[in-house]
Design a binder for this molecule. Structure first.
Ligand code: NAD
Length: 267
């Protein structure tokens, strides 16, 4: 196992306690090739952990402890680490490990310097850095619309509760192999037209964005930001790889959604 933490006092303290308990239960620390990566912090920490181990998704599972408010990817509390370590030790001595697998989005960025491929756990966004983003949106190699606006967000089902939700995108259950395209403040008038609603694309469909103006553009991949001025196109699709989360007890997705966004229901 390995632990990735946020670095604040409570996360460091939780990480130290985790190592202590794990050693007592015979769990082996292996930062190079861990079977389980424990993220201690918040959803941002899980995004960080995912990007550290994204080359090993086939053999690595993730589990999250939240040291702040309940996270979408972090459902264990610091007070429960003894139970978590016991569950991990029991699962490691009696494989296979129980996991849930969520889809991730693959993006292929074509630039004048070559092609780069990335995976995102939540979403990727493209924004016009200096001016309105003007871009052709193609779906399955056919021109769908000319987008004009602040930007485009392409999210995974588990990321649909993140940035996508603020853009009024739908919330998708992570058992669906799909990606969602949401607009950021599109220009819609007699001259310019884009769909206005978000779209959900199934596996094996793809979407290509061709920016029409050569300018500095801002790309985000989960918590990471990059500026690029030579983007030719960006292709997005459901990735072949999936991310695995170790499940030692049930916590249904819709319960997480309700707890995060609805809270107590007043009758
Ligand atoms: P951060 O720490 O400021 O996180 C922003 C918030 O997003 C946190 O409250 C976090 O718990 C929440 N979050 C992250 N992933 C989530 C998910 N899948 N479902 C529900 N909530 C989620 O910033 P960061 O650590 O850099 O995280 C980057 C993420 O923040 C992005 O992937 C994006 O989803 C989100 N974000 C949201 C907005 C927005 O809603 N307007 C803007 C930028 C980024």
């Amino acid at each position: 196992y390995n632990v990735v933490h946020r670095g604040d006092a409570i996360s460091v303290q939780t990480k130290d306690r985790f190592h202590e308990l794990a050693a007592g239960r015979g769990l082996v620390l292996d930062p190079e090739q861990p079977d389980i990566v424990v993220s201690v912090g918040g959803d941002g920490t899980m995004l960080h952990a995912f990007h550290l181990y994204k080359e090993q998704l086939e053999t690595t599972s993730f589990v999250g402890i939240h040291t702040g408010h309940l996270g979408f990817y972090a459902d264990w509390k610091p007070g429960e680490i003894e139970l978590l370590v016991d569950s991990m030790a029991a699962a490691m001595s009696c494989p296979p490990l129980k996991t849930v697998k969520y889809p991730v989005v693959q993006i292929q960025i074509e630039t004048e310097r070559g092609t780069q491929t990335h995976l995102a756990l939540n979403e990727f966004t493209l924004k016009g850095g200096e001016a309105t983003l003007v871009a052709e949106l193609h779906i399955n190699d056919e021109l769908f619309e000319m987008f004009r606006g602040d930007g485009i967000c392409i999210s995974t089902p588990s990321g649909s509760t993140g940035y996508n939700k603020s853009l009024t995108g739908a919330i998708l259950h992570p058992s669906l192999d799909a990606i969602q395209i949401a607009e950021m403040a599109s220009l819609n008038n007699r001259l310019y037209r884009s769909l206005g609603s978000s779209m959900v694309l199934p596996k094996h469909h793809h979407c290509d964005i061709y920016p029409k103006k050569k300018m500095n553009m801002l790309l985000t991949i989960d918590h990471l930001n990059v500026q690029m001025n030579d983007i030719v196109s960006i292709r997005s699709m459901v990735a072949e790889e999936k991310v695995s989360f170790a499940r030692f007890r049930p916590f249904p997705f819709w319960n997480r959604v309700r707890e995060a966004f609805i809270g107590e229901i007043v009758e």
